[in-house]
Design a protein around this ligand. Structure first.
Ligand SMILES: NC(=O)CC[C@H](N)C(=O)O
Length: 385
């Protein structure tokens, strides 16, 4: 007689009542969030610790998650992983990676994050594509006792990301300096030395590798909390201002960020934004943002530089997008997604103020777009000259 299927110890309940049962690992308990799928084949730790995933459970389309374990070196945020939980096809195996200091299961437990394995992630991904990123409740109970009605009700009652400012929850409490450069073999992370380009970076939930890319491009970075005013920014006499990625709805975050950006723009300083920073720069310039059906989350997204015709393969993580039809005069669409034609970049035509929707810092993902950090640094150098 075949072995009986193990009793499910985790349950994923979608707001429409669809249920997925599997084996729980990581923390015990339940959580409610928006569910998105990520198509990256590597870099699950960087994804789970990317602060932009606050309020979201991530399902990975790649089936083997956990193979490389976890190491603090790969954390993209200082605090605990931002993602509320994860959904995978196979249960994680022992990691095989000389850099690993933990296995994924232990790491998730330490960081109080819930995971469910043994899920038909293809079926789930198709559901997300068809109906849009659903609201879900994810529960892990080693005894396998679930109050299904209560879980579905929780998922239904959750209000979702529209109108939600999460940047204030994940931003730094205090300003700090950053000079660590990107990882390189064999020395790992090293510090930038000497006089740098004075850059103020606003932390809406900044990924560390963005700050490293800025340092590697020659920037001496001072990071300020999300609610910094234009006065706080300009008091540091910056030669460039950077607007970071971050979670939640740009329109809600923009309530305090947009006036600051508009005041900084009056000063004719080079400005560079990534993802949420891109969306808020667009809002500050007078454009609009909208929620997407299921967003873009992966490390294989083709983006075209409209002006050169060059295509870059990029890392993506966003659920909102800039409506390119609303761009005002003097602002052009610089990059566009080759998956769905959505906006992936803007720039002011008369000065070095630009931003992209994708993630040039990769981590994880391809490094085709690293040139954007150089472009920002070059714009600052040109001003100096
Ligand atoms: N990675 C980000 O900065 C994401 C921006 C925004 N929260 C979105 O989902 O579109």
């Amino acid at each position: 007689m075949p072995n009986a299927a193990p009793r499910p110890t985790a349950c994923l309940a979608l707001a429409d009542g669809t249920l997925f049962y599997g084996q729980g690992f990581g923390a015990v308990g339940d959580t409610v969030a928006e569910l998105v799928f990520n198509t990256s084949m590597t870099g699950y730790q960087e994804i789970l610790t990317d602060p932009s995933y606050a309020g979201q459970v991530v399902t990975f389309t790649f089936p083997h998650i956990g193979n490389t374990g976890a190491t603090p070196e790969d954390d993209e945020s200082v605090e605990t992983p931002a993602a509320a939980g994860l959904v995978v096809k196979w249960d994680p195996t022992e990691p095989s990676n000389w850099r690993a200091t933990d296995d994924l299961v232990t790491w998730l437990k330490k960081h109080n994050r819930i995971a469910i394995g043994g899920i038909d992630t293809r079926r789930l991904t198709r559901a997300i594509r068809q109906q849009g990123a659903p609201h879900v409740a994810l529960a892990h109970d080693p005894e396998g006792n679930f109050d299904i009605e209560a879980l579905v009700a929780k998922a239904r009652a959750w209000k979702g990301l529209v109108g939600l400012d999460l940047a204030k929850d994940v931003t730094c409490a205090q300003s700090y300096r950053w000079n660590e450069k990107t990882w390189a073999w064999p020395e790992g992370y090293t510090q930038r030395e000497g006089e740098g380009l004075r850059v103020v970076a606003i932390d809406y939930g900044a990924k560390r590798n963005i700050l490293r890319c800025l340092a590697s491009a020659g920037c001496d970075v001072t990071v300020l909390p999300a609610t910094a005013t234009a006065e706080d920014v300009l008091a540091l006499n910056p030669e460039g201002v950077f607007l970071s990625n971050g979670p939640g709805d740009p329109a809600a975050t923009g309530v305090y960020a947009v006036p600051m950006i508009q005041d900084v723009l009056k000063k004719d300083i080079p400005v560079f934004g990534i993802c949420l920073g891109h969306q808020m720069l667009a809002l500050a310039l007078g454009a609009k943002t909208v929620k997407m059906n299921h967003g873009h989350h992966g490390a294989n997204h083709p983006v075209k530089d409209v002006e050169t015709g060059k295509v870059e393969i990029t890392s993506m993580n966003h659920g909102f997008t800039v409506d390119s039809q609303t761009l005002p005069e003097g602002v052009i669409e610089s990059h566009v997604s080759l998956f769905d034609g959505s906006n992936c970049g803007i720039r002011m035509t008369d000065r070095p103020v630009f931003s992209v929707q994708h993630h040039p810092e990769a981590s994880p993902g391809p490094q085709d777009s690293f040139y954007l950090f150089e472009r920002f640094a070059d714009a600052i150098r040109a001003r100096r000259a």
